[in-house]
Design a protein around this ligand. Structure first.
Ligand code: PMV
Length: 334
């Protein structure tokens, strides 16, 4: 590598899991205990630029304009180490990353972050990975990042090895106009990060039962998406979210991600659905409620959410595309 920076930028969307990933069979490789299904979120995104530079002595990370040290930087350096090894380079990298949504609040910010980082860093290092290889690589940074590499509706196969634990599209962005009306009830940073939560999932008596039923829920969810069957979809998505949160609440130490307002929103959604609105809820490792609905019902869901509390902030997304390179290193003249 020469002393001029080798640079590339990439954009990735976070994703919302309809069938959740919670717990690993291998924490180091982030091989999940069960497969999962998600949809990328088109209006939320992270853009990351990576410059490999022989003149740097350490990696640097600027997140939404703020220079990072400590744990966030260490996690990025660990992932860059994997890419350094793949590309047989020693250079350190400057990483600049910007997201248009709150980070670390259960909006899968690490999914978009590690998908964009993996794509930008490999491209800047001159590596050309297949989508499957890129998905497996992103998984090493954050499990759910594997699902932010392909576009649209995505399934992540749990796999037994690094190579066979990857995600692929099961339907394109235009297959079904589902909308995620995200009710941000608390924008703050979550108390326990998911990496830690995955490691304690096995301490819940309920985790084994959740895992045992996962293949069936995956099949139900996949079929409901492919057949655009909203009632079947809503049933399995809410059930799967409740199961994951039951595991979280019964782990040692217990993890309670729901806020009082999350429960109010969840109860209201069930009521609205009984009254004919095509909407269901799902929550990741945070208090914010993803209200998944048919596109035509999104405006009504949004207005109803506003009647529940004037503190709820709302972000609306349809199915998002794959992670993409936004500047090719060949075009960068330094
Ligand atoms: O990829 P991680 O380590 O941030 O874990 C994501 C876990 C959940 O968001 C709670 C569920 C999921 O499948 O996205």
């Amino acid at each position: 590598m020469t002393s001029s920076p080798h640079r590339a930028s990439a954009r990735a969307h976070p994703n919302i899991a309809f069938i959740k990933y919670w717990g690993n069979t291998d924490n180091r490789l982030r091989l999940p205990a069960n497969g999962s299904i998600s949809m990328n979120l088109d209006s939320l995104c992270t853009e990351t630029t990576v410059s490999w530079d022989d003149t740097l002595v350490v990696d640097t990370l600027v997140l939404n304009g703020e220079l990072q040290t400590g744990q966030p930087l260490e996690r990025i350096t660990e992932h860059l180490d994997v890419i350094r090894q793949l590309a047989s380079i020693q250079a350190r990298a400057q990483v600049i990353s910007d997201s248009n949504f709150p980070i670390g609040a259960g909006i899968a910010s690490s999914a978009a972050a590690f998908a964009a980082l993996s794509l930008a860093a490999t491209r800047a290092a001159g590596l050309e990975l297949s989508e499957r290889e890129m998905s497996a690589l992103a998984r090493l940074g954050s499990g759910s990042a594997s699902r932010s590499i392909p576009g649209g509706f995505v399934q992540w196969y749990n796999g037994q090895t690094h190579e066979d634990s990857y995600a692929e599209s099961i339907a394109s962005t235009d297959h079904w106009h589902l909308v995620d009306v995200l009710a941000i009830v608390e924008p703050g940073h979550k108390r326990v990060v998911s990496s830690q939560g995955h490691q304690s999932a096995h301490t819940s008596d309920l985790q084994a039962a959740r895992i045992a039923g996962a293949s069936e829920r995956i099949a139900l969810c996949r079929r409901a998406i492919l057949e655009r069957d909203f009632p079947a979809f809503a049933r399995v998505v809410e059930h799967d979210s409740n199961l994951m949160h039951a595991v979280m609440m019964t782990s040692q130490p217990p993890l309670f991600y729901w806020a009082p307002l999350s429960l109010t929103v969840m109860e209201s959604i069930r009521e609205w659905r009984e009254n004919g609105l095509r909407v269901c809820y799902t929550l990741d490792a945070g208090p914010n409620v993803h209200c998944i609905c048919i596109g035509e019902d999104a405006d009504q869901v949004r207005s109803l959410l506003m009647t529940l509390s004037n503190t709820i902030e709302i972000r609306q997304s349809g199915p998002g595309g794959p992670a993409m390179v936004i500047i090719d290193p060949a075009q960068v003249k330094d």
